[in-house]
Design a protein around this ligand. Structure first.
Ligand code: PRP
Length: 209
């Protein structure tokens, strides 16, 4: 039987864009575009099987070998540091990890800074590099609310167009890291299916604009 590459794609707009790159690279699986609740799509002829996974779970599937390959944001790789290979920058899903606060916020260096975020490790590492004491408040979404309601001084969050900040009267203060979608691979899976993965990587690389 022909070997199959198991690929975890992030559910949603980014996943659809990325799937189009796989398809253009010769790894199509047309059924995937039918609107349905199905999560696994296989094209035996092309040797691929795609899974729709919650974006923040992609690296878990890949790290543990439930998927050979996956696509996830660099934010996830920086936050969770999964033990995977990062093979390719797909140069899509481009955004940045940034610090933002209310426009009139004045930082008092003598007091602990409260930081609301989904990305506790990124925030911790960033402020440690500045030697700044912080108190992290973990939230799961709508992070922009925190400074508006006095829950935190600043937020560390993803900024793409900047509209969410703007519409909530927040200002970007510092950029922590540029973010884009990356192709990642399970380490053992890569050793085992190296030729197939290298071929896919070369073909997908040609679709990167
Ligand atoms: C993300 C991020 C910002 C927003 C940035 O939120 O957390 O809130 O997108 O995009 P923009 O700069 O183009 O406005 P998401 O939509 O993932 O929802 P969340 O509030 O659940 O994090």
């Amino acid at each position: 039987m022909k070997e199959t590459l198991r690929i975890a794609l992030p559910k949603g707009r980014l996943g659809e864009k990325v799937y189009a790159m796989f398809e253009a690279a010769g790894y199509g699986c047309p059924e995937i575009l039918q609107q349905s609740r199905r999560l696994i799509f296989t094209n035996e002829e092309k040797g691929v099987s795609y899974f729709w996974v919650k974006p923040s779970d992609v690296s878990v599937y890949v790290e543990r070998g439930a998927a050979d390959l996956g696509v996830c944001g660099k934010d996830i790789l920086l936050e969770y540091v999964p033990d995977v290979y990062e093979l390719l920058d797909l140069k899509t899903g481009i955004c940045r990890m940034a610090v933002a606060a209310k426009a009139d916020f004045k930082d008092d260096l003598s007091s602990t800074l409260t930081v609301a975020t989904k990305f506790g490790n990124i925030a911790k590492e960033y402020y440690a590099s500045l030697g700044r004491d912080i108190d992290i408040i973990h939230l799961n979404g709508s992070i922009e609310l925190a400074p508006l309601l006095g829950l935190s001084d600043v937020i560390v969050d993803i900024v793409e167009t900047g509209s969410t900040l703007k519409e909530n009267g927040l200002k970007e203060r510092e950029t922590i890291a540029p973010i884009s979608a990356r192709l990642i691979a399970n380490k053992a899976g890569y050793a085992f299916k190296k030729d197939m993965i290298d071929e896919l990587c070369a073909k997908l690389g040609k679709q990167v604009k």
